[in-house]
Design a protein around this ligand. Structure first.
Ligand code: 13P
Ligand code: ZN
Ligand code: NA
Length: 283
C-alpha cells in the first residue's frame, strides 16, 4: 500500500538526505520514476498537481500509485501538490492520497495559519501528511503563477510560529528557488535555510527542483531540506524524447513504441536527481 510521507521525510531529515518528489502526468511517467526508485533502493514521493487530478482523475492516479506501491519493495507516497482548494484536498484524501499540500501562501500569515490548521486537523485523522508553504515561490506551477517581483522569502521566526500554531508536519519555506527552468543561476538564500532549520524540527521542502545545480542541491540538503520537488525537467525530457521519435519517424503511430524512449528519459533523469539527493539505498 501507499505510505504517508511523514515518517519517510522525518527519516530523511534525521539522516541528512533528501527524498525526490516527482510530478507525473501519465502512466509512463509514473512507472518511470517508480522504476528509478526501485532500481536504486530509494524512497519515493509521487506527486500530482491539481491540474493533473482534473486531467486524469484522483481515483485513476491513486489506483496507479497504489498498484506501483503494492508491487514495489520501496516505500511510495502519493502527494497532492500546491492545492488551494479545501474540497479538492478532501476529494484526494478520499481517493487514497497519503499526503497533501495546502498552499495558502498567497494569503496573509493569519489566514495561511487558519487554512493550514483546518487541513492538518482532517488529514491527521486520516493518517495523511500535510505540507504548507510560507513566503511565495516564484515562477509558474500549473494554475499557480507568481511573477518574479511577487515572489517573497519565508521569515524564519514566522516559520517557527507557523509550525507551532498549525502543527503542520512538513514545511516548504520559500528560500529563493523558483518553479520552471532558471534563467542563469537560482539565487538561493542558504543562510535562511540554515536559520529555518535551526528553528523548525519538521522536514523542510525544496520547491522548484528543476535546474538547480548539483552543488546547490547538496548544500540545501546538508542544511536541512528533506524533500525536493521536480516537475519541469521530467516533463521536458519526456516530451523531447517523443519529439525526437516523430522527427526520426513521422509515421510512427504506436504509443507502445514512442513512449518507450520517453519513459527511459524520465527514469534516467529521476535516478540522477535521487543520486544528488543522496537517497540511494535509504528505502
Ligand atoms: P520545478 O518545475 O522547478 O521542478 O518545480 C517543481 C515544484 O516545486 C512542484 O511543486
Ligand atoms: Zn512547487
Ligand atoms: Na526550478
Amino acid at each position: 500500500p501507499l505510505v504517508s510521507s511523514t515518517s519517510m521525510l522525518q527519516a530523511a531529515r534525521s539522516g541528512g538526505y533528501g527524498v525526490g518528489a516527482f510530478n507525473v502526468h501519465t502512466l509512463e511517467m509514473l512507472q518511470a520514476v517508480v522504476e528509478a526508485a526501485e532500481e536504486t533502493g530509494s524512497p519515493l514521493i509521487l506527486q500530482s498537481t491539481v491540474g493533473t487530478v482534473k486531467h486524469l482523475g484522483a481515483d485513476y492516479l491513486a489506483a496507479a500509485a497504489t498498484t506501483a506501491a503494492n508491487r514495489s519493495s520501496v516505500p511510495i507516497a502519493l502527494h497532492l501538490d500546491h492545492c488551494t482548494d479545501f474540497a479538492m484536498i478532501v476529494h484526494c484524501i478520499r481517493a487514497g492520497y497519503t499526503s497533501v499540500m495546502i498552499d495558502a501562501s498567497m494569503h496573509a500569515f493569519e489566514e495561511n495559519v487558519a487554512q493550514t490548521k483546518r487541513i492538518v486537523d482532517i488529514a491527521h485523522a486520516a493518517g495523511v501528511n500535510v505540507e504548507a508553504e510560507l513566503g511565495k515561490v516564484g515562477g509558474v506551477e500549473d494554475e499557480i503563477i507568481v511573477a518574479e517581483h511577487e515572489a517573497s522569502l519565508a521569515d524564519p521566526l514566522e516559520c517557527a510560529r507557523f509550525v507551532q500554531l498549525t502543527g503542520v508536519p512538513t514545511l516548504a519555506p520559500a528560500i529563493g528557488t523558483a518553479h520552471g527552468i532558471y534563467k542563469g543561476m537560482p539565487h538561493i538564500d542558504f543562510a535562511r535555510i540554515q536559520r529555518v532549520a535551526e528553528l523548525v524540527t519538521v522536514p523542510l521542502v525544496l520547491h522548484g527542483g528543476s535546474g538547480i545545480p548539483e552543488a546547490q542541491v547538496k548544500r540545501c540538503i546538508a542544511l536541512g531540506m528533506s524533500k525536493m520537488n521536480i516537475a519541469t525537467e521530467i516533463r521536458i525530457v519526456f516530451s523531447d524524447a517523443i519529439k525526437q521519435v516523430f522527427k526520426d519517424n513521422p509515421d510512427e503511430n504506436d504509443p507502445r513504441k514512442y513512449m518507450v524512449p520517453a519513459k527511459k528519459a524520465v527514469k534516467e533523469a529521476a535516478i540522477e536527481k535521487m543520486r544528488m539527493l543522496g537517497c540511494f539505498g535509504k528505502a
